[in-house]
Design a protein around this ligand. Structure first.
Ligand code: FES
Length: 68
């Protein structure tokens, strides 16, 4: 789904950026322009980044269930 309509950025692209090391809205804005125009996407984009970071943490800690 599109998260940032101004820049045409989807949630998949934001997740991919997070996987590649993007850790903040500032960085996301610099790299993809997310949140830099009207700003309506900022809270959703931030939420997606946080979700990716917490998944990373749980994966590193081995706390997520592994599918059989
Ligand atoms: S929707 Fe992202 S800056 Fe406007």
């Amino acid at each position: 789904m599109y998260v940032c309509l101004c820049q045409g950025v989807t949630d998949t692209q934001i997740r991919q950026a997070a996987e590649e090391g993007c850790r903040s809205m500032r960085q996301l804005g610099k790299e993809m322009g997310v949140g830099r125009q009207c700003g309506r996407c900022a809270s959703t984009a931030r939420e997606i980044l946080r979700e990716c970071q917490s998944n990373d943490y749980l994966n590193m800690a081995g706390l997520l269930a592994h599918p059989a």
